[in-house]
Design a binder for this molecule. Structure first.
Ligand SMILES: [Zn+2]
Ligand SMILES: [Zn+2]
Ligand SMILES: [Zn+2]
Length: 107
């Protein structure tokens, strides 16, 4: 779900998160800001599930709700690293696209 933001807000968020990316996943407005070119023309990527892309420079990134806990996962956030197995991003709860997350340990 993208919130409409104006250019000034996009500029502010771009400056804030370009150097400090931790927290992007918790900022709803960051679904509409490109961290590469500062554009606020971001749309859902039609041919890739769970991805958004910049209409200006073409940069694409993962941004979707975690199927396990519902929190937002953003590929630009260092707290959501890529999973080497399924290629999706790992949520802060440890879930990704794999049937069994690596972090899951039997009791
Ligand atoms: Zn861009
Ligand atoms: Zn999760
Ligand atoms: Zn995975």
């Amino acid at each position: 779900m993208a919130l409409p933001i104006d250019r000034a807000e996009g500029k502010r968020l771009f400056r804030k998160y370009r150097s400090q990316r931790d927290g992007i996943r918790n900022c709803p407005e960051m679904a509409s800001v490109c961290l590469i070119c500062e554009s606020i023309h971001i749309a859902d990527k039609p041919d890739a599930d769970g991805m958004r892309y910049c209409c200006n420079c073409g940069f694409a990134f993962y941004r979707y709700s975690c199927p396990s806990c519902g929190r937002t996962v953003d590929g630009r956030d260092p707290q959501n690293p890529a999973c080497s197995r399924c290629g999706r991003r790992i949520c802060s709860c440890g879930a990704c696209g794999c049937p069994k997350p690596d972090k899951e340990t039997p009791l």
